[in-house]
Ligand binder design. Structure first.
Ligand code: PLP
Length: 452
């Protein structure tokens, strides 16, 4: 398997060469030259496999320059009951017939990002040890990515992590999780400012090629292709747990921010997994909902990005979106280049009336939006009806999923975090309704991610 840039300006590279970056030198994103396909017969053969077995079958198609025995050992050490709470790794809870919760947030930091980052930590270690080099990982986080990366890389040989976070702006749980780590290779840098200020610092450093090379800087951001590849596995796992086979189709509902999770669903579908619909849910920051409803992509400024009670989805420029658009325009890098010229010049683009409009309609994507009031009502409804407390992000996905539900088709809602991580919203709303939250991004009280 070789990887090319969505903008066409990169010589095809093997997996190990794109592992540490994700961003191509021409400003595009690394994508596989083609998606490996699983026939119905091959899919049936995957059915009896454990999560680890399934992960090997899928990841070995993408990471084919890592010796299979090494890859298998890395996967076996990553996806354990000790780290993810059960041997199923991503168990499915059936709420009622044809309505399921795929629980991918049982890793060390209680968010789904652990599924990919735990693997990435071990892949980094493997590749670095092989080449005898060291790496300094520099990142910015609004909460979940930072802790997930730190728990994946703590104590790893040859790797140091420098993580910038906005001082006083994460949930108390997230803050405690990150700042309590005492490993010698983890450096938490609290920045006076908001997430975008942290991100700008990282971008400024990333733009200095000489500094980057001298200090061996790497990234664990959401555009890392290995993260997407690792997330494909749980779509297969969820499908196999719910569908009986014979080409039975299912729908997935996915709370989305940087478009990494649902992109893995799109790739799983392209690989032959019988997914009918990918239901994308946004919160009040609804750039992607607008796109999937109209074909119009219109980015917002940081100032227009609202601070909500599902903070990991407070994103107006989804970094993985370009990979999806690459497929949408028939994998023509010239068209992607032109569209991103328009993003920079005009703040967006419109696919209505272009050949891509038909591919968009056939992509299986549908979307919807969920507000603070919707989150609270959904958390309350799911708790009363099914006895399960979900976190605010998961609630966004369930809200839109139920709206778009087809009674004849199994719906799998992805649980992206555990409620303990966002306790203020998840537990208080079982009783107290609260006014809709549409505050400016600087107006959010530091210790209050939800209702208070
Ligand atoms: C990161 C995150 C999301 C958004 O996922 P994307 O891959 O960025 O679309 C949703 N929910 C939670 C809890 C997250 O941490």
């Amino acid at each position: 398997m070789r990887y090319v840039s969505t903008r066409g300006g990169m010589e095809p590279q093997p997996f190990s060469a794109i592992l540490l970056e994700g961003l191509a030198p021409d400003g595009g994103l690394a994508v596989p030259e083609s998606y490996p396909r699983f026939s119905a017969a091959e899919l049936a053969r995957l059915r009896p496999l454990s999560y680890r077995g399934l992960a090997f079958e899928i990841l070995s198609r993408y990471a084919d320059d890592i010796p299979p025995a090494d890859l298998r050992a890395i996967i076996d050490r990553t996806y354990t009951a000790a780290t993810f709470g059960s041997d199923e790794i991503t168990p499915v809870t059936t709420l009622e017939p044809r309505l399921h919760l795929l629980r991918v947030a049982n890793g060390p930091t209680l968010a789904f990002k652990d599924i990919a980052l735990q693997l990435l930590g071990r892949l980094f270690e493997h590749v670095l040890a092989k080449d005898g080099i060291t790496l300094n990982v520099l990142g910015a986080t609004s909460g979940d990515t930072g802790s997930s990366a730190e728990y994946a890389l703590r104590g790893k040989r040859g790797i140091k992590v420098f993580m910038l976070s906005p001082k006083g702006r994460m949930s108390p749980f997230q803050t405690a999780q990150m700042y309590s780590l005492a490993d010698a290779n983890i450096f938490n840098l609290a920045i006076e400012g908001v997430f975008d200020d942290c991100q700008d610092l990282v971008k400024a450093v990333a733009g200095d090629a000489e500094f980057k090379a001298r200090h061996r800087l790497g990234a664990v951001n959401s555009i890392n292709w290995a993260r997407i590849a690792a997330q494909i596995v749980y779509y297969f796992k969820g499908y196999l747990a719910v569908a009986r086979g014979n080409g039975e189709e299912v729908d997935f509902a996915v709370p989305s921010g940087n478009f990494g999770n649902i992109l893995a669903g799109h790739v799983a579908k392209a690989m032959g997994l019988p997914i009918r619909r990918l239901i994308l849910a946004t919160n009040e920051n609804d750039v992607l909902d607008e796109f999937f409803k109209s074909g119009r992509y219109r980015i917002r400024t940081a100032g227009e990005t609202l601070s909500t009670s599902s903070p990991s989805m407070d994103i107006s420029k989804a970094s993985n979106f370009e990979r999806f658009v690459f497929d949408l325009v028939g994998r023509d890098p010239a068209v992607v280049r032109e569209l991103w010229v328009q993003v920079v010049r005009d703040g967006g683009f419109d696919l209505a009336g272009t050949p891509s409009e038909r591919r968009l309609a056939e992509s299986g994507f549908v979307s919807g939006k969920s507000t603070h009031a919707d989150r609270l009502a959904t958390i309350r409804h799911v708790a009363e009806r099914f006895g399960v407390i979900v976190d605010p992000h998961t609630a966004d996905g369930i809200k839109v999923g139920l709206e778009r539900r087809d009674p004849g088709v199994a719906l799998i809602c992805i649980e992206t975090a555990l409620p303990a991580k966002f306790a203020a919203t998840s537990t208080c709303c079982a009783s107290t309704p609260r006014r809709s939250r549409r505050t400016s991004r600087r107006a959010r009280p530091p210790d209050d991610p939800g209702c208070s």
